[in-house]
Design a protein. Structure first.
Length: 949
């Protein structure tokens, strides 16, 4: 029994071992093959158990095989999609999902969708404005009238008041006036007596007298003033009389303002108040502006206080007028106005940035009363820096524009500083520049020869913004071709600023392009009525064009033209094109056009003597000096033609230069072209005489000035770029002596007129405009001394040098020394070493009279040589001593003490701003405590504003 059972156990054990080995082999095969082997069952395990049991050995499932890793190489990385592609794919899937249920778009739908899409990016100029204007908004708007319109309105008012206009209701108005005069009793004047007393007065005075008689007749008694509380009970009419309309009141008030009659305008407000006309705050500001422009600080302060007494707010514009009055009272002494600013800062109530802007503009911008110099510009930079530290850390757009414009001064250009301010304004402060800011930075970059091309890059940026702001899709196809304007459209100031760079670099192609664009814009502006382009080019722009012609260097010289004179025209054209290919390489396509084909006559012009045949193969742009003279002469003749046609009343044709004023600067710029490019000095002299004769027929007031004599005397003394030619020596000496005698007589007459001006700053401005400035006078004397030394006698030249020494002694260099102005600012940007000298009298150094010294050495005039060295050494010593004083700061302590004393006096007294604040504190809490006071009693507010009779 035991053996069979034991044998069966052994067999079973061997079978189990064999099954286990087979199972392990299957598992290994499963790892190496892709398909698992079929399940095997043991013969010793029941089939039902094997089928129902889901668990087999091993008890866990092995992990799935990993995919093979990609190699990291350039091909693999290049095949991967970028973030932009993934984003685009995601947007594509989302878009398809969003529009899968929409009907397909038609062509018109797509066009309209594109139009709406473009319009969403346009900047709306009305953003930030109220959609609906408040009550009375239209009544507050005033329309400016021309002089003829005002005179016509006032004549009609006068005729209606006296009953002399037939068919216009004169009977009723006459009865009203006569009734008013009779009702007043014997104390009032009648209409006839008023007309008799004012028959020789201007029209606006007669109308004012008639209206005043009506107002007094309707009142309860005479009113001397109604700004105070004494006459608060004297009221006008509760209901407006209706004798004069609002338009007529505006015309009468504007006539007083245009004539500068502030007291008359103030009295007119009294009459308007008695007639029941509404009070407008703008009228008060206009009266304050007239007083401020005249420098009447007391009147401006009085009006400011009466504003507060009348319950009207003191606006920043009123504070600006206070600063303007302080500056106009003494234009050459801005320290008082700056002390007013610093005192407000110390009080903890700094004035607005617009008040700083008024002072900075006075220090840097030329005007009939001021001539900026290096010291005033340095003071402006110090004040600008002080303002950012003590009052306003972030300048306004207007302040940035003003200081960038300062960097473009021709006598002290600073394009790097202008570029820094521009980057700070546009990038740091995120201010979007407009046409004014672009014009300022373009002028600053055009002040030097190396930076002017960057100004044209900014112009392209400006034009691109204008295109984006005015672009309308499919405008030509829809028939809407009317040009549009934007805040990025270049103005005349922008193009004039561009010419500042072209005339320094002699870039004639760009100057011609600028002139053509201005003419095109002027033509479009006159057709479509654009406000900025109604007049077109002015004398400043044309002067820049002529200066560019004068500074331009010919591509083909006279020598080349003389050699090729006997060769055929085709060979000449090929030679010219070959000579200009290198110069035009790298140029721009938009400059390769005939920009003056509609303004000048390139072939049939009579401007050149010995006009030769010009074929179509020769380039149209100027290639030689003769071409430049031909174009400049034709342009000048076109200016004279437009002036004459405009004077004769020709309005049918387009006259691009009808609004150009014929000034000496424009004529001098035109003559500089002939002086620079004329083949002989005799031809330039002939053109000089003919140009002034032609101008004198159109304007009797235009005559040569100091700048005219200066450039011609320098031409006679120095000649062309290559010197004085032998054939021009006699003409140069004769013409130079003639002009010198004219200059001496002219300068004596003009100097006497200038000396009669009381203000020193106004004198300097007038001298510079007339060509009698210190440096201009110095250049004239240097030229005439050189002229006599080269072409005349050395004794005459030496006598002129001694006369110059007598008229402008070296001692004057020390006497005119003035320390830098001190106004008590907390921080400064200028130093004595970085600030050029200002107001230095004329002087001559050895290099200026070197030719005379060589001539004296040649003739062995030892006494003359000693005299010359003694004179120039005195000037040199005086300049050195003045420089030493400047570096040591001589007089600066006195200036500081003076500024401190002025500030103490201003603080001790009752200044304008403190008086305004004290009046506000005194009257405000007591009389204006109730919030609805203005709405409940508007008539009292008007009655308090009555000017002096």
């Amino acid at each position: 029994m035991l053996r069979p059972s034991f044998a069966r156990k052994v067999v079973r054990l061997r079978a189990a071992r064999l099954w286990g080995l087979t199972r392990s082999a299957e598992v290994s095969t499963y790892h190496t093959t892709s398909t698992p082997p079929p399940p095997r069952t043991s013969p010793y395990i029941p089939q039902d158990v094997a089928q129902t049991s889901g668990r087999h050995f091993p008890l866990y499932q092995p992990p799935p095989p990993r995919p093979p890793s990609l190699p990291l190489n350039e091909e693999t990385l290049a095949s991967l999609p970028s973030e932009q592609q993934l984003s685009r794919q995601l947007k594509t899937r989302l878009t398809k999902k969003a529009i899968e249920d929409l009907p397909p778009f038609e062509e018109d739908d797509l066009r309209n969708f594109y139009k709406d899409l473009v319009r969403t990016g346009l900047k709306d100029p009305n953003v930030g404005r109220l959609a609906l204007e408040g009550p009375g908004g239209d009544a507050r708007k005033r329309i400016s009238f021309s002089k003829e319109e005002r005179e016509d309105i006032l004549r009609r008012v006068e005729g209606r008041l006296v009953g002399s206009v037939a068919g216009s209701g004169s009977g009723q108005s006459q009865l009203l006036l006569e009734g008013g005069g009779v009702a007043n009793g014997g104390g009032e004047l009648s209409i006839a007596s008023i007309r008799e007393a004012t028959k020789n007065s201007p029209t606006h005075h007669r109308v004012f007298a008639l209206l005043a008689s009506v107002a007094v007749g309707q009142g309860t008694g005479p009113s001397e003033t109604s700004k105070g509380k004494a006459n608060a009970g004297v009221g006008g009419m509760d209901i407006p009389l209706g004798v004069v309309s609002r338009k007529e009141w505006d015309a009468l008030f504007e006539e007083f303002i245009e004539r500068g009659d502030a007291r008359g305008a103030e009295s007119l407000l009294d009459v308007m108040n008695l007639h029941g006309a509404p009070l407008q705050e703008e009228r008060i500001a206009d009266i304050m502006k007239v007083d401020a422009m005249a420098g009447r600080t007391d009147e401006v302060a009085r009006l400011s206080m009466e504003l507060i007494q009348s319950g009207l707010p003191v606006l920043p514009s009123h504070q600006d007028l206070v600063m303007m009055a302080l500056l106009r009272q003494n234009p050459s002494n801005p320290q008082i106005a700056i002390s007013h600013l610093t005192q407000a800062e110390e009080a903890g109530r700094p004035l607005p940035q617009s008040s700083y802007h008024v002072v900075l503009s006075h220090l840097t911008q030329p005007s009939p009363l001021t001539q900026p110099n290096a010291h005033t510009r340095a003071l402006a930079w110090d004040l600008f820096t002080h303002m950012r530290l003590a009052a306003h850390s972030t300048p306004s757009r207007e302040l940035y524009t003003t200081m960038i414009r300062v960097c473009g001064d021709a006598r002290q250009p600073q394009p790097e500083r202008a570029r820094d301010l521009w980057i700070e304004m546009t990038e740091s402060e995120k201010m979007d520049p407009t046409r004014d800011e672009y014009a300022a930075i373009i002028r600053s970059l055009g002040s030097t020869k190396k930076d002017y091309l960057e100004a044209f890059d900014l112009l392209r940026q400006m034009l691109a913004k204008h295109h984006d702001a005015t672009f309308v899709p499919f405008a030509e196809e829809d028939g809407h071709q009317m040009p549009t304007t934007s805040e990025y459209l270049p103005t005349l100031e922008t193009f004039t600023a561009l010419l500042e760079g072209t005339k320094r670099a002699g870039d004639l192609n760009r100057a011609r392009w600028v002139l053509t664009e201005v003419v095109k814009l002027a033509k479009s502006g006159q057709i479509w009525g654009a406000e900025d382009w109604k007049k077109g080019a002015d004398e400043e722009l044309l002067a820049g064009v002529f200066m560019t012609y004068a500074a331009w260097k010919p591509v083909v010289g006279r020598e080349l033209l003389k050699v090729k004179q006997d060769v055929g025209e085709k060979a000449v054209a090929e030679e010219i094109q070959g000579a200009t290919a290198e110069a035009e390489q790298g140029g721009e396509e938009w400059l390769d056009v005939d920009v003056l084909e509609e303004l000048v006559e390139p072939v049939n012009s009579q401007a050149i003597e010995n006009t030769e045949t010009v074929t179509g193969d020769i380039p149209i742009t100027p290639q030689s000096s003769a071409d430049a003279i031909r174009e400049a002469t034709a342009l000048f003749q076109r200016i004279l033609h437009d002036q004459q046609a405009a004077a004769q009343g020709a309005t049918n044709e387009f006259l691009p230069f009808k609004d150009v004023r014929l000034t000496p600067r424009l004529i001098n710029s035109y003559l500089s072209v002939h002086l620079a490019h004329s083949s002989s000095l005799a031809g330039a002299r002939k053109e000089y005489d003919s140009a002034w004769d032609a101008v004198s027929k159109l304007s009797k007031t235009n005559k040569p000035n100091g700048w005219t004599y200066l450039q011609i005397l320098e031409k006679c003394a120095s000649g062309t770029r290559g010197g004085i030619e032998y054939s021009d020596r006699s003409v140069a000496y004769e013409w130079g002596c003639q002009l010198w005698s004219e200059y001496v007589a002219w300068s004596e007459t003009v100097s006497k007129e200038i000396e009669s001006i009381s203000d020193l700053s106004a004198q300097q401005r007038r001298r510079w405009l007339s060509g009698l400035g210190d440096r201009q006078t110095e250049r004239v004397w240097r030229s005439v001394i050189r002229l006599h030394a080269l072409l005349g006698s050395s004794s005459t030249s030496l006598s002129l040098l001694e006369l110059f020494h007598q008229n402008y002694p070296p001692l004057g260099i020390l006497q005119t020394y003035a320390p830098l102005p001190e106004v008590g600012l907390k921080i400064k940007m200028s130093t004595p070493g970085s600030t050029p000298e200002a107001q230095v009298p004329p002087y001559l150094l050895f290099d200026d009279v070197r030719v005379l010294h060589q001539r004296l050495v040649k003739v062995e005039d030892g006494e003359g040589i000693g005299r010359l060295k003694w004179i120039v050494s005195r000037y040199k010593a005086a300049l050195g001593k003045r420089l030493k004083w400047r570096m040591k700061g001589v007089g600066q302590g006195r200036e500081r003490r003076k500024a401190k004393d002025d500030l103490e006096k201003l603080a001790a007294g009752v200044n304008m701003r403190r008086r305004i604040e004290e009046e506000h504190d005194e009257y405000g809490p007591e009389e204006y405590a109730e919030g609805d006071w203005e709405s409940e009693q508007p008539e009292l507010e008007q009655e308090k504003w009555v000017g002096r009779g």
